[in-house]
Design a protein around this ligand. Structure first.
Ligand SMILES: *Cc1c(COP(=O)(O)O)cnc(C)c1O
Length: 386
């Protein structure tokens, strides 16, 4: 194995483009100066496009979980009841944050590997009219499910004024997100997944009606007070010292996305999902999710005749190729492959062919090249899954 080579195919952190790496190594500047204001001014429109919103997108220094906590403390008023839809480990995290603040939390568990059902949630909200906010996960990273948040928002609105609050950490910037058009009230994401940056930033936007609640919310908060971030952004500045190196990188990430075109970014992710899924189907290794529920950013497979952990170990040792295991009750039972951000169809072909060798090495009897050929065929079919 080449000592300095990392093939990072976990669902975050994800690889960083060389031009972004270079941008982040620029000399430090003053955070109250003209250069920082100009940079923030330049970043704003690109972030809004990625979120599909005309609202300000707050940039908070902290990991994605800081953004989740900000969503909770800003929108949930002291006596509110909330519903958290748990489709995996990250829905579970949202419910734990709510519980940590002693919020009256209803929890609706969905079988891991399956997407939420908007009709079921609509019925739940209808029979629990005190629910003021519905929390869900866009891509549930622990299973590779993409939840239909647009349909969720539509269904809930038919029966309730509850805010729709979404954790989009592992897919926003890799999957189409139309916050305003879909009626999403709060959207949160982070820097180290489809945003092609190191961990350290969380991005969060709120709708008009969410702002009304945020502004009148008496729950105590200070560092995570979203209004501070918005009011400062409107003056091209930040309430606290921003992570300037990450902002240098973010500016370049948004340049790269504009150059490729957001539509093309999303198509590339769909293509990588289809190539990965076709490969495992050809190898007859079960996928955890159905085609309909699958996320374009992460694919989970559930081996039935080989050891997931032995497989992960051998590809790491042979090729420096990292893929993720399962979380909570799926620990040791699944393998998750990240294909997001700075990742191309060529990277997917490399990953699949290296994984085929890994399967042989742990004694699984496969026909070498069968998965790679299936992925190649998808590429030649212009990405259409057959
Ligand atoms: C990665 C991730 C987070 C945030 O995790 P941090 O470690 O705090 O950055 C939150 N939600 C989802 C869905 C994620 O994939």
């Amino acid at each position: 194995m080449l000592p300095d080579q990392q093939l990072l195919r976990i669902p975050g952190p994800s690889p960083i483009p060389p031009s972004v790496q270079r941008a982040m190594s620029q000399p430090m500047i003053g955070h109250r100066g003209q250069e920082t204001s100009a940079m923030l001014k330049n970043i704003g429109p690109g972030l809004k496009r990625v979120f599909g919103t005309t609202q300000e997108v707050a940039i908070i220094t902290g990991s994605g979980t800081a953004g989740l906590e900000a969503a909770v403390v800003n929108t949930v008023q002291p006596d509110d009841e909330v519903l958290v839809i748990v489709t995996g480990a990250f829905g579970d995290r949202f419910s734990k944050i709510c519980e940590a603040y002693n919020i009256h939390t209803h929890r609706l568990d969905v079988e891991w590997g399956t997407a939420l059902n908007p009709t079921e949630i609509k019925q739940y909200v209808q029979t629990h009219p005190k629910i003021k906010a519905v929390f869900s996960t866009y891509c549930e990273t622990s299973t590779g499910v993409l939840n239909p948040i647009n349909k969720l928002a539509e269904a809930v609105r038919e029966v309730s004024d509850a805010l729709i609050i979404v954790d989009g950490v592992s897919c926003v910037a890799g999957v189409e997100t139309k916050m305003d058009e879909w009626g999403i009230d709060v959207m949160v994401t982070g820097s180290q997944k489809a945003f092609m940056l190191p961990a350290g930033l969380t991005f969060i936007a709120a709708s008009e009606r969410a702002w009304e609640i945020i502004e009148n919310n008496e729950r105590p908060r200070y560092y995570l007070d979203l209004a501070k971030y918005r009011d400062n952004l409107l003056k091209d500045t930040t309430p606290f010292t921003p992570a300037l190196s990450l902002l240098f990188g973010l500016e370049q990430v948004l340049n790269l996305m504009a150059e490729e075109g957001l539509e093309q970014v999303y198509e590339r992710h769909t293509l990588m999902m289809n190539m990965t899924r076709a490969a495992f189907k050809a190898l007859e290794i079960p996928l955890l999710t159905s085609d309909a529920d699958a996320s374009p950013t992460v694919t989970a497979v559930q081996p039935n005749d080989f050891d997931a952990e032995a497989f992960r170990k051998v590809i790491k040792k042979e090729f420096g190729l990292s893929v993720a295991g399962g979380q909570q009750h799926l620990s040791g039972k699944i393998v998750r492959i990240g294909h997001m951000g700075y990742c191309s169809p060529a990277d997917v072909l490399q990953t699949i062919s290296a994984m085929e060798i890994g399967l042989m090495k742990i004694g699984k009897n496969i026909e070498l090249g069968k998965g790679t050929a299936a992925a190649q065929q998808i590429y030649l079919n212009q990405g259409v899954l057959v």
